[in-house]
Design a protein around this ligand. Sequence first.
Ligand SMILES: Nc1nc2c(ncn2[C@@H]2O[C@H](COP(=O)(O)OP(=O)(O)OP(=O)(O)O)[C@@H](O)[C@H]2O)c(=O)[nH]1
Ligand SMILES: [Mg+2]
Length: 332
Amino acid sequence: MLNPFEKLKIPPKVNDTVNVMLKRLPKISGSSVKDREIRRLREYYERVEKYYKFSIDFPRVEELHPFYLESIKIITDINDLKICLSITKKSSMISMRILRKYISEIKKQPESEANKLMREAFGRVTSVLRRSSQCIDKVISIAGELRKLKTVDPELPTIIIAGPPNVGKSTLVSKISTAKPEIANYPFTTKEIHVGHIILNDIYIQVIDTPGILDRPEYKRNKIEKKALNAIRNLSGIIVFMFDSSISSTLSIKEQIDLFEEVLSTNKIIVPVINKIDEKYDEYYNKIIEYLASKKVKWYEISAEKEIGLNELKEELFNLIGVNKTNEISRN
Ligand SMILES: Nc1nc2c(ncn2[C@@H]2O[C@H](COP(=O)(O)OP(=O)(O)OP(=O)(O)O)[C@@H](O)[C@H]2O)c(=O)[nH]1
Ligand SMILES: [Mg+2]
């Protein structure tokens, strides 16, 4: 299943449509005044029809995969969206009806009435659209944001790279997959979910880079953190949870452990990975391994940046996914 918003045709914002139409009017001509005014209204009709089709083609919220449903909830209130979708549909239907009525009226009336009728129709439709423009434009911008998630396929075998900010998630993703996310030495560099692939003979493994998450209650979390949690909770796949063993880690060891516990509570397969082993700070490192040993889980120690321990980690991930490492042909 691909992103249900990927193929959705998103119309221009209302004001843009009206402005384009205003500029187009003097350029539309016809064989007679009647013909010209009908052509003008027909062109408006075609543009308005795009809003109608958009409202009809917008994926039904009830049928969305939980990952996409949650993606909407992060951006907006679902009920507001539903109301705005129905306003988009209704106002475009009313506008289309007005335009049809005036087109047939122009056909019936004398030539001398044609321009007046066209202007009347134009004014009425424009005011219907403008009255609903806040709602229509809202749905348009939500659809635009959702389309950006076009590469997330919730049904591909998936590895989700998660953890605190600045721990090296994007660095790891860039080393093991096709994705080339931005890497920088400050928290919240990654603000969206990014997707790369490890390509094997017959399958694609999706590798998802997520934004950093802080150890704090749900209600305090920002939209960026919520996007990461959405991937963790609603995409099926293996989670690589990264710990930072360097002295400059954004979260304290206790916070890192608490966050790990939270992710653990999702009951997904989780592979703990201690990163920045090249710059490990013994006191921190010891606390992390002491904790992981007490949990009786197998962990991996890597330096994503210096490419230490990556092969062992990949081998484990491939095993968990159920593919053989010898099948790997490329990471580009
Ligand atoms: N010493 C060392 N530094 C690393 C390692 N991996 C990443 N870094 C550095 O850590 C910083 C953060 O790396 P990113 O990959 O952007 O970290 P991130 O977890 O994606 O960060 P956010 O997107 O902000 O959550 C960068 O300066 C990296 O060069 C490592 O293994 N060792
Ligand atoms: Mg990042």
